[in-house]
Every structure is written in structure tokens, then in C-alpha cells.
Design a protein around this ligand. Structure first.
Ligand SMILES: [Zn+2]
Length: 502
């Protein structure tokens, strides 16, 4: 295969003064050696990153060893970022691709070009180190309170050892495959019309899972979009948290748009609640990767959801339709008594009370009853998890067997496909029929596995997720959760009897 010269041209829309891709190509053609030349054109793409279709194609061709030289009109056509540029040049060098820029008379095929290249690489390294230093400086300048405090590592990160101010501690380090997913979650949820459910379905449809191989449920998605470990904390973010009443440890000038941040609060429940009052924000030693615009958009969406749900919460009860009078079986209804001196009181009353010969049920404090029922629900869930463990273990065995069957099928299919080159018509017909058969078997096995996953625990895990964010749920969401667990409740002053569905 003969190598060719590649001409790469790029023109962004935002620059009126920029030279057209056609003229760029004209200039570059003068540098072409030999006959073979291929043109790569990105029109309407800026140089702020290398995420451009033609550029990606060029890099693929280089990696496939098809390219001898890359010719551009000017250095900044490749990238405006020195770091990106250095990375690209690195790939060029690995594949013995010379690089020519017509404007700067830059040709890595010549000694002076090689020297210039080294200078570029040194600057890139310097910039890399400066960024790292800036991240660490901003972090360490004020307080040591941002040291890693333990706890589960958020999705998208792993832990690594580090030393800050002479103290050994740990910090987060991005895990590339996972950061891509986090970016996707943020960009999906930042759309005004997208709900957590939409994001959940998108991830499910695209086969994107959590670390443990399970699906993201709503509450895990929420955990992601409200966590400032992902954000590049800049002044806008500082303002946002300040306005929310959060205590901010670092000075505003430390918010330089690089570091992620930790959000702390005294207790776990508070950390997960919507309000940010009484929280403490401190810059973290790692680099964030979500821009503050997107992050704040998502956070505000969560706050707004809450304020919409509030008025409903005040007048209804999430036990609506479930809670009944223990004496007469009529429904209990929640009534609110407004009180000038203290918080409003909610009571349950029997709806049969004022009928002729009505019920003698006296009122019950609704907050107390709701609290007891909620605790019972939590207990029941724990119980259910232990009880269903045996069931799940059996299920796991079946799952492994089914996976093994799928593997065997895959092997047989690939063996059949190997025979195709030497197959006559009769053999071909057999191969087609057999592969279709095996495919159908495979599909059935996958369906069985999926059904099984649903049966054992997925549902329960999702309910658990909701329970963890109970305070943030709307009444209608709470009613849905209760409906998954509870058949009905009979209540009186003496006892509360819950009939479970699970
Ligand atoms: Zn009654």
C-alpha cells in the first residue's frame, strides 16, 4: 500500500476573518510530494478541542499507517490548545508521520523543524505541570478541611494516594470510561425537559451500567447530578453556593475553574437533602470535568422540582388510600390544623366519624403515624433483602448456567462462520439455518436473564433508592413507593397493623 500526503483544513464559523478551507487547501497543495493526496475538511468546527469528524478520520488513517505527511495551512488548524497539539504530534511521531505547516514554514522532516517541535513539547509539558500545580495550590491555600474524609468513591472516580502539605491522604482520580458516562448523564439532565426517568431509560437502552453491572436508577442518577466533585469550580459556582447559604471554606479567588469540590454536612440525611443551607463546600485536590454552567443547570432543576412539590406535600398524605380505621374500616383522612404559635398539626380522622351511629375513633397525630409507617417500611425492606438472598443465590446459579450456554452458542456460531469461505451451496444453507436457530436460542436466554434480574432485587433496589431520598420525593412519588410495599394499613390509638405486599 502506498502512503499518501494528508491535507487537513479547518474553518470555524465564529471567525469571519478566517481563511476559507478552499484557500487553505490551495496553499497546502504546494507542499505535496508525489501523486497521492487526501483532503480532510472540517468546516464549522472550532480549534478548542480535537472533537471533529474529519480530524478523527485523519487520526484513524494515521493509526492505520496510511499517511506519510500531514500538511496544514497554519499550526492552529490542528488545535488551539498546546496540550492537544502536543498529544497529536506524539501520535504523528509514533507513526513516522512528518508534519508540515505552510505559514510557519514548519516541517518536521527538517532538523530545524524537529528542534521547533521539541520546544513545543517542552511548553506543553510546562503547561501540564502548571495546571497540576494550580490545582494543588488552589486546594491547599486555605484549609486542610478538604482532605479525603472516607466514604464511598463517587462514580467516575477511583482513589489514589497523595501528599498535600506534607500530609499523606487520598484523592480522587478520574476513571475514563466512567467519566464519559457521567458527562452523558449531566448533558442529558441539563436539557429542560429531561427527567431522571428519561435519563434512566436512555442509559438502559444504550446498555450503560453502574460499576456493579446494574442499571442506574433515578436516585443514583440524582446522586451524580447533585455532587460537586464533578464540577470545574469557578467563580460562578462560588456565587451559586454562596446564594444557597452554603459555608465556603476557600476564598472566591481560589475558584479558578479547575478543581472539583467536596460538599460536607454534619449528618448523612442533610447531605442528601435538597437544601444547601448549613453545608460546607471545600475545593478538592482533583480536577473536575463538568463545566459550571451545566452543573448549576442540573442543580437548579433539582431545587425547582422540590419547590414545585412543596404545596402538595402540605395538604396531602402519602398514605392516602392506604390507611384505614382499625375499628370500622373506613378510610382515614388527613386534616391540617393551622396554628399561629407553632407549626401546623396534621391529624388523621375517620371518615365515618360524622355518619349516624358513626365511629368512635379519635384523632391520631399524622406525623407520628407517618413516621412509624416509614420506619416499618425500612425494616421490611431490610428483612426482604435477607429473605430473598437465598432466592437470589439460586438465581445467580441459573444466571451463570445461562451465561455459559450463551458462550457455547457464540462459539458454535463463530465456528460456523469460519466455514463460510470454503462452503458450497448446501453447506451455506445449513450454516444459515443453524445460525438463525442459535441466534433465537441466544435471544431467549437473554430474555430469561433480564426477566430474572427484574424479579430478584432490581425493583427493591430502586425502592431503597427512593427511601434514601424520602424527604425530596413528591407526595405522588411517595404514594407510588408505598403502593409497591403496602397492601393496606389499619390504625387506631392502640395499634397500627400493616399488611404487606412483599
Ligand atoms: Zn372508624
Amino acid at each position: 500500500m502506498s502512503l499518501f500526503d494528508a491535507i487537513y483544513t479547518r474553518q470555524s464559523v465564529d471567525r469571519i476573518d478566517s481563511i476559507s478551507v478552499e484557500s487553505q487547501a490551495e496553499f497546502c497543495k504546494k507542499e505535496v510530494i508525489g501523486q497521492e493526496v487526501k483532503l480532510y475538511t472540517d468546516k464549522g468546527y472550532s480549534g478548542k478541542n480535537t472533537d471533529r469528524p474529519a480530524f478523527k478520520e485523519l487520526m484513524r488513517d494515521i493509526q492505520a499507517g496510511k499517511v506519510r505527511r500531514v500538511i496544514v495551512y497554519r499550526l492552529d488548524r490542528i488545535s488551539r490548545s498546546v496540550l492537544d497539539f502536543a498529544g497529536v504530534i506524539d501520535v504523528f511521531q509514533k507513526h513516522n508521520v512528518d508534519f508540515v505547516s505552510t505559514m510557519e514554514k514548519f516541517d518536521t522532516g527538517t532538523p530545524i523543524g524537529k528542534a521547533m517541535l521539541m520546544i513545543v513539547m517542552i511548553f506543553a509539558q510546562l503547561e501540564r505541570e502548571t495546571i497540576q500545580q494550580r490545582v494543588i495550590d488552589a486546594y491547599a491555600s486555605r484549609s486542610k478541611r478538604g482532605f479525603y474524609m472516607g466514604g464511598p468513591v463517587p462514580f467516575g472516580f477511583c482513589l489514589r494516594e497523595t501528599t498535600i502539605d506534607g500530609v499523606r491522604t487520598k484523592m480522587y482520580e478520574p476513571v475514563e470510561e466512567e467519566t464519559d458516562i457521567v458527562r452523558q448523564i449531566f448533558s442529558l439532565y441539563a436539557e429542560p425537559q429531561t427527567s431522571f426517568g428519561d435519563v434512566m431509560r436512555y442509559l438502559e437502552e444504550h446498555g450503560i451500567f453502574k460499576r456493579n453491572g446494574k442499571l442506574f436508577n433515578r436516585s443514583r442518577i440524582r446522586d451524580v447530578v447533585v455532587n460537586p466533585v464533578y464540577v470545574r469550580a469557578d467563580y460562578q459556582l462560588y456565587d451559586f453556593f454562596k446564594a444557597q447559604g452554603t459555608v465556603i471554606v476557600n476564598a472566591p479567588e481560589d475558584f479558578i475553574g479547575t478543581n472539583g469540590a467536596y460538599l460536607y454536612s454534619g449528618n448523612e440525611k442533610k447531605r442528601k437533602s435538597v437544601s444547601l443551607v448549613g453545608h460546607t463546600l471545600v475545593l478538592a485536590p482533583h480536577e473536575g470535568f463538568i463545566d459550571s454552567d451545566t452543573w448549576i443547570k442540573c442543580r437548579l432543576k433539582c431545587l425547582n422540582n422540590q419547590s414545585v412539590a412543596k404545596p402538595v406535600k402540605a395538604k396531602a398524605t402519602w398514605l392516602a388510600g392506604k390507611i384505614k380505621c382499625a375499628y370500622c374500616g373506613y378510610a382515614l383522612t388527613a386534616k391540617i390544623y393551622h396554628c399561629k404559635t407553632k407549626a401546623d398539626n396534621r391529624y388523621y380522622l375517620c371518615s365515618n366519624k360524622y355518619n349516624t351511629g358513626g365511629c368512635h375513633f379519635s384523632s391520631l397525630d399524622a406525623d407520628v403515624i407517618d413516621g412509624i409507617v416509614f420506619e416499618e417500611m425500612q425494616k421490611k425492606l431490610t428483612e426482604f433483602k435477607t429473605l430473598s438472598k437465598q432466592k437470589r443465590d439460586d438465581g445467580n446459579l441459573q444466571r451463570i448456567e445461562r451465561k455459559a450456554k450463551i458462550e457455547a452458542i457464540d462459539k458454535e456460531i463463530s465456528a460456523l462462520l469460519d466455514k463460510i469461505p470454503s462452503a458450497n451451496d448446501t453447506v451455506m444453507a445449513y450454516i444459515n439455518r443453524r445460525v438463525a436457530e442459535l441466534d433465537a436460542q441466544k435471544k431467549e436466554l437473554y430474555t430469561q436473564i433480564a426477566r430474572q434480574d427484574k424479579e430478584y432485587g432490581d425493583n427493591i433496589e430502586e425502592i431503597n433508592g427512593y427511601m434514601e431520598h424520602w424527604e425530596d420525593l413528591s407526595v405522588s412519588d411517595k404514594i407510588t413507593v408505598v403502593d409497591c410495599l403496602v397492601e393496606n394499613i389499619h390504625a387506631s390509638k392502640e395499634e397500627i397493623e400493616i399488611k404487606w405486599k412483599i
